[in-house]
Design a protein around this ligand. Structure first.
Ligand SMILES: CCCCCCCC/C=C\CCCCCCCCCCCC(=O)SCCNC(=O)CCNC(=O)[C@H](O)C(C)(C)COP(=O)(O)OP(=O)(O)OC[C@H]1O[C@@H](n2cnc3c(N)ncnc32)[C@H](O)[C@@H]1OP(=O)(O)O
Ligand SMILES: Cc1cc2nc3c(=O)[nH]c(=O)nc-3n(C[C@H](O)[C@H](O)[C@H](O)COP(=O)(O)OP(=O)(O)OC[C@H]3O[C@@H](n4cnc5c(N)ncnc54)[C@H](O)[C@@H]3O)c2cc1C
Length: 687
């Protein structure tokens, strides 16, 4: 049966040009071509096999990751891959590794927080991987609260060095006396990194200047052993088989470790030879700059993880058939399935399946476009910072924090929903979904807990509301607050279901909801004499207002995308339908907020649901083509349920046969544990 495409009928139904949509998804023809070439390179190289991951014991799994990373680096250097190609290679290898932290956090921290002189020393080493670095900020006792970090870096003017020291607390009555180890969690720290950017409180002349970054060498360049004063190791197994256990998240204590003064990252502030603390003209918040960069990357990655899950669930939903009559069904069946499945319903045709699946498909596209926009915003803020324009930094922080929170929560929930959409087979490792979920779900926590980040957005919103009428005009993503008076009074003008396809109507609905929720929070806050107390008391409402603001950003960026010239037969029309599904499914889910803020009436909410159902019907024949547009190889998907040809059942059967448990027909342990048990029952039953 090799070569048969069981999804061919589905593919033939497409009403748009898939090749053009592939380019829209990739961002440009160039990006598409690079991704296509590199994904095939990886898929065709057995060195990048990954289907064995869930079965490998931790040590083997980890060694295998080291092998793959070294081999990838060899390819990168031998094939002289560009940075873009190398980064795609890492993406399609699809295995969390220490290299993510080296390239994704250590190098950006050096670039963002070191002086030019420091960069010229450290960056060439890091670029050639002659040193490997990680980002060591979180401590056992402090993660979200960065200001609360306890590691200290005390300047010693005698030797012109900093003494880096982890605190050792002795805890109180109810616990045993324990040494609380300092740094905990950094990826790449446990077993690999030779260096770390360590965040510590800077102390000069007995004065605490708050948290700063320092470059600390951890291991010998000769034999990889920890340097004196350093104790380092892995923190142990994490959630799921395979999954994020390819990463050596680590624990580190620093016992009066000395580093030269010039290993403090000195772009934001400096310590002179005499021990004087000096602050540059740049805002202190730039110490947090690496987090802004990575949050932006995480938003861009969310669409990749979600689209992967959606691709698996959509293809499988078209393959899977349940119920229906035996006398022929409404859909044209493919040759193979016609014989045995005539009349059975493809589960993708159930409206409930569509109502769960299509909003996720739409979210994948929405996150793709908002990710592209956020990358632009980040580039813009970086260029401004270079010429000492710090005006857009608060907005960049709010956007990266808020969108990181929104997209990772929706993606993690979406992957789990896709698993359920695949019924029982979704629970098999060979579906690819359990591992995808296990790898992805910590994104809701790392790089800022999602609730903590939404509270940052809420602070930004409350500040904006408090400045209304002060003459300071809100700009960018918060510009709608400048029209707050209108938004508080206006009413939705929708009269027919199709009116919900009008972009300006939709935008105003989302703006009015977000503005009204923020203003309501600000009014409630003003009733508290202590603003911090009020903020804590109202934090659940504030989080909801922040979500409404972030959803508005995603919707508005999708609508903006549709204003662009989008070539290809039917591509723009399909994207309009997908965008409609995105915002109408949000409107439906958060109906209570739209109704409670009185912008829409119950009748208008019902019309929105009618329009949403109409869009499901429009998207249904295009569903397979929409996920084909992601252009994922079977290797990258790593899922039998999502395989391109839809030949699911024989592949499931073959994979099950290969499970190590099936190496023997009688299991190991039979003689020790089963036979005696069965014998004993035989005796007592006198059989
Ligand atoms: C050749 C090439 C080879 C190719 C290989 C390619 C390899 C792949 C490349 C890339 C891959 C990239 C992907 C990376 C993968 C990542 C894996 C996961 C890694 C996970 C790492 C981590 O988790 S690191 C630790 C992260 N920790 C956190 O996020 C902590 C969360 N807490 C905070 O952010 C903050 O402390 C807080 C904001 C919550 C604190 O709040 P608080 O109110 O106390 O604020 P402060 O007093 O500290 O600050 C007040 C003031 O500052 C503003 N502000 C806060 N944060 C920022 C910021 N980040 N930027 C700008 N401004 C900020 C805040 O709004 C306040 O402003 P005011 O105006 O004063 O109100
Ligand atoms: C897989 C993984 C990889 C990581 N990699 C790194 C790394 O490379 N480098 C590094 O430095 N760190 C790393 N971390 C650590 C990570 O950044 C922190 O775990 C994260 O910032 C959350 O902080 P926390 O653990 O202190 O959570 P906590 O703050 O303890 O959160 C616990 C709960 O308290 C709530 N909460 C906390 N503060 C507030 C508040 N102010 N208001 C309301 N609710 C609140 C949270 O919402 C959450 O529900 C990693 C973590 C993971 C899971």
């Amino acid at each position: 049966m090799a070569g048969v495409d069981y999804l061919a009928d589905e593919r033939n139904k497409a009403e748009f040009d898939v090749d053009s949509m592939k380019i829209v998804w990739a961002g440009s023809r160039h990006t598409f071509e690079v991704a296509d070439r590199i994904s095939k390179l990886v898929a065709n190289d057995p060195a990048f096999r990954k289907d064995d991951r869930p079965m490998l014991p931790r040590k083997e799994l980890f060694k295998n990751t080291l092998r793959k990373a070294a081999y990838a680096w060899k390819l990168i250097t031998e094939l002289r891959l560009s940075e873009e190609e190398a980064s795609k290679l890492r993406f399609f290898v699809d295995e969390p590794a220490y290299t993510d932290l080296h390239w994704g956090m250590f190098v950006p921290a050096l670039k963002g927080q070191c002086t030019d002189e420091q960069q010229s020393k450290w960056l060439p080493l890091a670029y050639k991987m002659q040193i490997i670095g990680c980002y060591a900020q979180t401590e056992l006792g402090h993660g979200s609260n960065v200001q609360g970090l306890e590691t200290t870096a005390t300047f010693d003017p005698q030797t012109d060095e900093f003494v880096i020291h982890s605190p050792t607390l002795t805890s109180s009555k109810c616990y045993h006396t324990v040494e609380v180890l300092c740094t905990w969690w950094p990826g790449g720290l446990g077993k690999v990194s030779t260096h770390a950017v360590v965040y510590a409180r800077l102390i000069t002349d007995g004065k605490d200047h708050g948290v700063h970054g320092f470059i600390v060498q951890l291991r010998s360049m000769e034999d990889h052993k920890p340097l004196p004063g350093i104790t380092v190791g892995d923190i142990g197994m994490k959630f799921g088989n395979g999954a994020y256990n390819t990463m050596d998240n680590g624990v580190l204590t620093l016992d009066h470790v000395r580093i030269p003064r010039d290993q403090m990252m000195m772009r934001v502030s400096q310590v002179t030879r005499e021990g004087k603390y000096k602050q540059s003209d740049v805002p202190r918040q730039l110490v947090y700059g690496t987090m802004v960069y990575v949050r932006q990357k995480i938003v861009a990655d969310a669409s990749c993880a979600l689209s992967k899950a959606v691709c698996i669930a959509t293809r499988y939903s078209a393959v899977r058939r349940q119920f229906g009559s035996q006398n022929g069904g409404p859909e044209t069946q493919s040759a193979h399935y016609r014989k045995s499945y005539t009349g059975l319903i493809q589960v993708i045709d159930y409206k409930t399946q569509q109502n769960r699946l299509f909003p996720l498909l739409a979210s994948a596209y929405a996150f793709r476009f908002v990710g592209e926009w956020l990358k632009w915003l980040y580039t813009d803020v970086t260029q401004r910072l270079a010429v000492n324009d710090f005006s857009t930094l608060p907005e960049a922080h709010a956007c990266t924090a808020g969108l990181k929170s929104l997209t990772t929560t929706a993606t993690a929930d979406g992957i789990e929903e896709c698993r359920k959409l695949c019924g029982g087979h979704g629970y098999l490792c060979t579906s690819g979904l359990p591992e995808l979920f296990a790898v992805y779900v910590p994104a809701c926590t790392y790089e800022g807990d999602n609730i903590v980040l939404l509270l940052q957005v809420a602070r930004f919103l409350m500040k904006t509301v408090s400045q209304i009428g002060s003459g300071k005009q809100p700009v960018g993503t918060i510009a709608y607050m400048g029209r707050v008076e209108h938004l508080l009074k206006s009413r939705c003008s929708v009269q027919r279901a199709e009116d919900w396809l009008n972009p300006s109507q939709v935008l105003e609905a989302f703006e009015a909801r977000a503005a009204r929720m923020s203003v309501s929070c600000a009014q409630n806050l003003s009733k508290f004499s202590n603003p911090e107390e009020g903020f804590a008391e109202l934090s659940a409402d504030l989080v909801e207002a922040a979500v409404a603001h972030c959803q508005l950003i995603v919707v508005s960026k999708f609508l903006d995308k549709l204003q662009q010239d989008i070539p290809g037969k039917g591509v723009k029309q399909l994207l309009q339908a997908v965008c409609g599904i995105y915002y109408l499914s949000l409107l439906h889910k958060h109906q209570g907020e739209f109704l409670a803020t009185s912008y829409i009436t119950p009748k208008q909410a019902a019309l929105a649901s009618d329009q949403l159902r109409a869009l499901y019907s429009k998207v249904r024949p295009n569903a397979i083509a929409l996920v084909d547009s992601f252009n994922y190889t079977d290797h990258f998907l790593g899922s039998i349920l999502g395989c391109y040809d839809g030949n699911v059942y024989p592949k499931l059967y073959e994979a099950a046969k290969k499970d190590p448990l099936n190496d023997t027909v009688v299991p190991d342990g039979y003689h020790e544990y089963l036979k005696p048990l069965l014998k004993q029952q035989l005796h007592s039953a006198k059989l």
